[in-house]
Design a protein around this ligand. Structure first.
Ligand SMILES: Cc1ncc(C[n+]2csc(CCOP(=O)(O)OP(=O)(O)O)c2C)c(N)n1
Ligand SMILES: [Mg+2]
Length: 454
């Protein structure tokens, strides 16, 4: 009798505790039990006796524990927007000393040199396209801090997936000016043998996956690569750059959701530069930018001043730590401004004012901000600036002239590297091409190409 009472008390206690912890399992167990012990199914019209807690099931797809009897829609403006993290003001002054990354003079000078070198390379290659020497180009003007600040905070073995406006990441890793120029010229020293459009860089040596033109394709690939890193437990992460325009592609959603549900160590780095060619951000999305999407995917997110190289560095360093140590994706939204035209195929004066561009160029340029910081520290002055500008231009021009003089790759290479063995139909096309060029050789600048064997 006493034993029976104790058993019953324990049984009640167990149910009470299950209900108290309010887990999905506890409610379903109770519901199943009630159904089994009842001889007839409950009538829907009959009043059902239920406890307060049983009345509020934990739906499998929901994380919330709160319920409401008041009909209310969650409005998009319930909060003030995600703040923009920054370290320096426009005069290069550190605003909160605890946020100073305390980088050495050598490191900061190197960052400055890489940012300005990129700027000089862009000027020369942009002009060379205008003169008809290369077919196409895209500049990185105004976004230099997003590249260098983030690249400097990564491990050089972390795998990078780029969009196309991240050449500074490659320069930081050691991809040379000559490598860039060779790719843009599509000469014999281009790793892609001239089969890609200019600025579609890639480097196995520097762990940078070759860029592809269709927007957004790099995002799901980055999630997949990060999943393999997670399985390999190699202590590395994947860095995936993309524009706020590319974030509207379906691929972006698939990538973010896969990375979140599979706990992949990947940094999704959105360069929000205000435009996707001629489409301004106000026509691109209605929400609070890209960072606000992070919590929707169950992903930590941060918004950062992309014109502040130290803020970029701090954010990337911390995000990398979280991603690698916690095996999870992080979303970074770097706010910046595209100062140049979208590409050499674009004329941005048609859709934005010169005043707008001038404002960002003159008032809030990432390079001048870092220069102010260095001058304040006594690490840089006008003479050093003049000297470096001369030297960097010389380096760029030397690489440019060397790449321009090189021959174009053997045209036979157009048919290789897709299949392990070139299939018959491609062999036929290649023979046809060779026959055609041999017949009309006076129309082709064959001396500019590496020769084929016939
Ligand atoms: C799937 C696809 N659609 C359209 C294009 C044409 N396109 C090339 S770049 C671009 C704008 C991308 O803007 P954003 O992602 O913001 O990058 P940004 O150029 O500003 O760096 C568009 C629409 C493309 N390359 N691929
Ligand atoms: Mg953009």
């Amino acid at each position: 009798m006493i034993m029976a009472s104790i058993c019953r008390a324990l049984h009640i206690l167990k149910h009470y505790r299950c209900a108290e912890t309010w887990s999905f399992r506890s409610t379903s167990v109770i519901a199943t039990k009630r159904w089994k012990t009842s001889s007839v199914p409950p009538k829907h019209t009959a009043p059902i006796k239920q406890s307060y807690i049983e009345d509020r099931p934990q739906f499998p797809g929901s994380k919330t524990r709160s319920w409401s009897e008041k009909l209310e829609f969650t409005q998009p403006d319930i909060y003030d927007g995600i703040p923009v993290y920054r370290v320096m003001n426009r005069e290069g002054k550190i605003l909160d000393q605890s946020q100073d990354p305390q980088l050495s003079q050598e490191m900061v000078t190197n960052m400055y040199r890489k940012m300005t070198l990129l700027n000089t390379m862009d000027r020369v290659l942009y002009e060379s396209q205008r003169q008809g020497r290369i077919s196409f180009y895209m500049t990185n003007f105004g976004e230099e801090a997003t590249h260098i600040g983030s690249a400097a905070a990564l491990n050089d073995k972390d795998l990078v997936f780029g969009q196309y406006r991240e050449a500074g990441v490659l320069l930081w890793r050691g991809f040379s000016l000559y490598n860039c120029m060779s790719q843009c010229y599509g000469n014999v020293d281009d790793a892609a043998h001239g089969r890609q459009m200019p600025v579609h860089y890639g480097s196995r040596e520097f762990n940078f996956v070759t860029i592809s033109s269709p927007l957004g394709t790099q995002l799901p690939q980055a999630s997949g690569a990060a999943y393999s890193f997670k399985r390999a437990q190699n202590g590395l992460c994947v860095m995936c750059y993309f524009g706020e325009g590319a974030a509207s592609e379906g691929d972006a959603h698939a990538a973010l959701n896969f990375a979140a549900t599979l706990d992949c160590p990947v940094l999704f780095f959105c360069r929000n530069n205000g435009y996707a060619i001629s489409t301004p951000t106000k026509d691109q999305y209605r929400g609070d930018g890209i960072a606000a999407r992070g919590p929707g995917y169950g992903m930590a997110a941060v918004r950062v001043d992309g014109n502040d190289v130290f803020a970029m560095y701090n954010v990337t360093k911390e995000a990398r730590k979280l991603a690698v140590e916690g095996s999870r994706p992080i979303l970074i939204e770097a706010m910046t401004y595209r100062l140049g035209h979208h590409s050499t195929s674009d004329d941005s004066t048609v859709y934005r004012s010169v005043d707008e561009v001038n404002y960002w160029d003159k008032q809030d340029h990432p390079i001048s901000r870092l220069r102010y910081y260095m001058v304040n520290k006594g690490w840089w002055n006008d003479d050093m600036e003049k000297e470096w500008m001369k030297e960097s231009r010389k380096q760029v021009m030397e690489a440019f002239q060397k790449a321009e003089k090189k021959k174009k790759p053997n045209p036979e290479l157009m048919f290789s590297d897709v299949y392990d063995e070139v299939p018959l139909h491609l062999k036929r096309q290649m023979e046809e091409m060779k026959g055609h060029v041999s017949k009309y050789r006076e129309y082709y600048p064959l001396d500019n190409f590496e020769k084929w064997d016939s």
